[in-house]
Write a protein that binds this ligand. Structure first.
Ligand code: PSU
Ligand code: MN
Length: 317
């Protein structure tokens, strides 16, 4: 235990103590982002990619009020199976009280600890925990962002505030096109979060490589990225977003997204349920093509995160 309420697995604790590279992985994608059993397979495959890349994976989740950093296979399966209880009700409600495994943002962590809940951590919550545990790199699919229509709904993912606050380098395929990508990039700029491309010059839109938004910086070499991180850390900066395009595109996804958004609107889906609802809808409207692409990019982001974690660790030696 190196921070109040945070429990590191033996493997993660040893790796951190020895300065070995560690990559944190979120668990909301397991419990709320992907259907069972693809979710369990993908979570384990991401861990395998991290290991193959020479780093130690640390999947984060809250179990009976314990913030576990380095969930074992048993816990990952338990979180994955809980997705079966996600009754896709009309409200698509994933609010904590209705779920066996709640969806927890950074602000929800302490309440879940105090009340002894089970909960999956979002990108933002995972970043908070990783920073507390001393893990510098994490991988996910796409970060949350400013939702379309946010000018009315004020729906801006707490992933963004967490990224501005907690010092973690997050590898992702940009932000999903279900979001308002230009507004998301504006938010990150305003709050001083560096967004850089790993071997790409355009901000990816998760299901596609192109969003029409050029990045300020493209990195081609791991050592340069590690240097960026080293400088940000030395200067007391917050998170850094590293984007790379998805390995496979989903053609025609925009039509599915529009349809999913109007269904969500018609059903009055709000709050934490919005993202899981839209993901499930887009997946069914694309006959699982978006799901396939989602799984592939998650694995590739885990691979890249492992390489970056190794480059950062070797700079410290
Ligand atoms: N990216 C994915 N699948 C997901 C998510 C992101 O490919 O399930 C999840 C992440 O956990 C992210 C969360 O932190 O959605 C954002 O939710 P919200 O928009 O409610 O902040
Ligand atoms: Mn939201």
């Amino acid at each position: 235990m190196n921070a109040e309420g945070i429990e590191l697995s033996a493997e993660v604790a040893t790796a951190l103590a020895q300065g070995q590279p560690v990559v944190a992985l979120e668990s909301t994608v397991i419990a709320h982002g992907l259907p069972y059993p693809v979710n369990v397979e993908t979570a384990l495959a991401m861990e395998a990619e991290v290991r193959a890349g020479g780093a130690v994976p640390a999947t984060v989740g809250v179990v009976g009020g314990r913030v576990v950093v380095g969930m074992d296979k048993c816990l990952i399966m338990q979180f994955g199976e809980s997705a079966c209880c996600d009754t896709p009700s009309a409200e698509g409600d994933v609010s904590p009280n209705k779920q066996t495994v709640a969806k927890l943002g950074a602000r929800d962590l302490a309440a879940a600890v105090a009340l002894g809940w089970d909960g999956a951590t979002t990108v933002g919550a995972t970043a908070r925990v990783a920073a507390l545990a001393g893990i510098e790199v994490m991988a996910t699919g796409g970060i949350g962002g400013v939702h379309r229509g946010a000018a009315q709904s004020w729906d801006i993912s707490s992933d963004l505030t967490a990224l501005a606050r907690y010092p973690v380098l997050v590898v992702c395929a940009g932000a999903k096109a279900i979001l308002d990508i230009p507004a998301t990039l504006e938010w990150l700029e305003t709050h001083g979060v560096p967004v850089v491309g790993w071997q790409c010059a355009e901000f990816p839109a998760f299901y596609t490589a192109r969003s029409g938004r050029r990045l300020g910086f493209t990195f081609e070499c791991l050592d340069d990225l590690a240097r960026l991180w080293q400088v940000e850390r030395a200067w007391g900066g917050g998170g850094v977003v590293v984007v790379q395009p998805p390995p496979e595109e989903v053609p025609g996804v925009e039509v599915a997204i529009e349809a999913a958004l109007s269904r969500a609107e018609a059903l009055g889906i709000r709050g934490a349920s919005v993202t899981p609802y839209l993901l499930a809808q887009v997946s069914s409207l694309t006959d699982g093509k978006s799901l396939d692409a989602n799984v592939k990019l998650l694995k590739r982001n885990a691979q890249t995160a492992a390489k970056i974690a190794c480059a950062i660790a070797s700079k410290k030696r």
